[in-house]
Design a binder for this molecule. Structure first.
Ligand code: F6P
Length: 323
């Protein structure tokens, strides 16, 4: 193996640049020629591929986003798209791939590798923390810290006005960002897709807090909770308690940006290093992750098959701590 390609795909996450840096520098250490593929699988289809040197990744470890840019490619889901992508890899003599992204990235990879043989190792880069095969995904820690900082600020103004706030955070189908940020901010309620939301129970808890004159009540809701997002929760509160002063706040894409935390930089560096070392030693079609502080490799097919689950202890804990 002489030439290696690197791409980032799906939603960007803080720490992707640190992973690119580690993968490029480890490749150079092994005397490999490195090619950056811009805009994920879409850039692969279009041949948006360029040679990378170690200096291309200087001063990026602290930067959010991804210098390789990213995309969600519908064309790559088609046979014709995959064929074009493979032809571009051949044209550039790319013999192995490092894929940095979330579940969509690995689903795409699994389909591609059913048809074409090319060694590849994945790195979990998503703020959602919704993958098996790793305790944490790159970007999750930073996204949660961003949400925590925002919710702390909301609590200040909520307290000043005796207002109730419903704060919606990202996570697609996973409630981890809501769970961790809600716990860290002492939220009065946390609503996540992994647990059915009984809206009447949520309203009863507000009623209880009102009676005991608790002035601040913050509900953190994950964007795809089964009941709905911040707007639906706010509307239900207003319908039952018309006199309450309620505001809904969507944190949105600020959760995806910003300088990565120490935890994300270290995780990304470890996984970028591990992914290239794995390819060099012949370990392929796996995602590198860290479980119990050890680097582990999980086959792409298992990553695609299993969703992550939320620890039941934490769900019980939030009920007790928020009362
Ligand atoms: O997967 C990362 C994520 O930020 C999810 O939390 C969110 O649901 C989604 O991407 C938003 O995607 P887009 O930026 O395409 O709107």
């Amino acid at each position: 193996m002489k030439n290696i390609g690197i791409l980032t795909s799906g939603g960007d996450s803080p720490g992707m640049n640190a992973a690119i840096r580690a993968a490029v520098r480890t490749s150079v250490y092994h005397d490999l020629d490195v090619f950056g593929i811009r805009r994920g699988y879409q850039g692969m289809i279009e041949g948006d591929i360029f040679r990378m040197q170690t200096t291309d990744v200087s001063n990026i470890i602290q930067r959010g986003g991804t210098i390789l840019k990213t995309a969600r490619s519908k064309e790559f889901m088609t046979d014709a798209g995959m064929q074009k992508a493979y032809e571009q890899l051949q044209k550039h003599n790319i013999e192995a791939l490092v894929l940095i992204g979330g579940d969509g990235t690995f689903r795409g990879a699994a389909h591609f590798f059913e048809k074409y043989t090319i060694p590849a190792v994945g790195i979990p880069g998503t703020i959602d923390k919704d993958l098996v095969g790793t305790d944490f995904t790159i970007g999750f820690d930073t996204a949660v810290n961003t949400a925590v900082e925002a919710i702390d600020k909301i609590r200040d103004t909520a307290e000043a006005h005796d207002r109730l706030f419903v704060v919606e955070v990202m996570g697609r189908d996973a409630g981890y960002i809501a769970l961790y940020s809600g716990i860290a901010c002492g939220a009065e309620d946390i609503l996540i897709p992994e647990q059915h939301t009984d809206i009447n129970a949520v309203l009863d808890r507000i009623d209880f807090d009102e009676r005991r004159k608790k002035t601040v009540h913050i509900i953190v809701v994950s964007e795809h909770d089964d009941f709905g997002g911040a707007k639906e929760v706010k509307d239900s509160i207003t319908a039952r308690f018309p006199l309450l002063d309620v505001r809904a706040c969507l944190l949105g894409h600020i959760q995806r940006g910003g300088s990565p935390s120490q935890a994300d930089r270290v995780l990304a560096s470890r996984l970028g290093f591990a992914a290239v070392n794995a390819l060099v030693t012949g370990i392929t079609q796996v995602m590198a992750g860290v479980i119990n502080d050890k680097v582990v490799f999980t086959p792409f097919v298992e990553i695609v098959k299993d969703g992550s689950y939320v620890n039941k202890d934490m769900l019980e804990m939030i009920r007790v701590l928020s009362s």
